[in-house]
Design a protein around this ligand. Structure first.
Ligand SMILES: Nc1ncnc2c1ncn2[C@@H]1O[C@H](COP(=O)(O)OP(=O)(O)OP(=O)(O)O)[C@@H](O)[C@H]1O
Ligand SMILES: [Mg+2]
Length: 211
């Protein structure tokens, strides 16, 4: 059954860990599933992602950043997400349009209408069925990450990341039926259980009760 699930949250909030756990769970149940992440997921997207994260020798304007994220996204939606949904698969995406609203909108201060319009153009209006928000204090998220080199976003100050975190909560409050907000400070296993509770419901009760 086609289902589009996205994972959102600040740096080190556990998105990748939980997206992978859900992917494993569905694969074990023989439910057709693909796991993707943004920016990237296509050959063009991976090249754009390198610019977005690692360009150090040039200033990137917030508008360029917005357009590059959405260039990567447009390619991913057209090349991978839509075809897989049409084929009835579950598509899991580690970050999607909401990341752009909070990082480029709340974080960088770009006009929200512009951000939303650009997201809409890139996706053709494709909205997730479920968005999981892993809510973790900024300091906790950074403490978890042990990266050798910090990318352009990880280098931003704490105020930037606070705006991102607050932005996420506002989005979730505005659309409670789409968002599942989880306290990301709980154990990995507990979080996975909460996510599975919702996903299995959306899939019509498959594997409910099974570990
Ligand atoms: N519930 C949890 N409790 C404690 N540590 C966790 C939990 N979930 C994930 N971690 C650990 O925190 C670190 C960051 O997790 P992960 O990479 O999944 O986060 P992320 O949101 O994908 O981060 P990024 O913003 O870098 O993409 C990893 O070392 C991971 O093992
Ligand atoms: Mg990650």
């Amino acid at each position: 059954m086609a289902l589009f699930i996205t994972f959102e949250g600040g740096e080190g909030s556990g998105k990748t860990a939980q997206a992978r756990a859900l992917h494993r769970k569905l694969a074990r149940l023989n439910i057709p599933v693909v796991l993707l992440h943004e920016p990237g997921g296509t050959s063009l997207g991976r090249r754009i992602a390198r610019w977005l994260k690692w360009v150090q020798d040039a200033e990137m304007s917030p508008l360029s950043e917005l357009l590059l994220f959405n260039a990567s996204r447009a390619q991913l939606v057209a090349e991978v997400i839509r075809p897989n949904l049409v084929n009835g698969k579950v598509v899991i995406c580690d970050r999607y349009t909401d990341s752009t609203i909070v990082y480029q909108g709340y974080g960088r201060g770009l006009d929200m209408e512009l951000v939303r319009a650009t997201n809409g153009a890139a996706t053709g209006g494709l909205v997730p069925d479920l968005t999981v928000l892993l809510d973790v204090p900024v300091e906790e998220g950074f403490a978890r990450k042990c990266v050798k080199a910090r990318d352009r976003f990880e280098q931003e100050d704490i105020a930037f990341h606070q705006r991102v975190g607050e932005g996420y909560l506002k989005l979730a409050q505005a659309e409670p039926e789409r968002w599942l907000v989880i306290d990301g400070c709980q154990s990995r296993a507990r979080i996975a259980q909460i996510i599975w509770g919702r996903v299995s419901q959306l899939l019509g009760g498959v594997g409910v009760g099974g570990a």
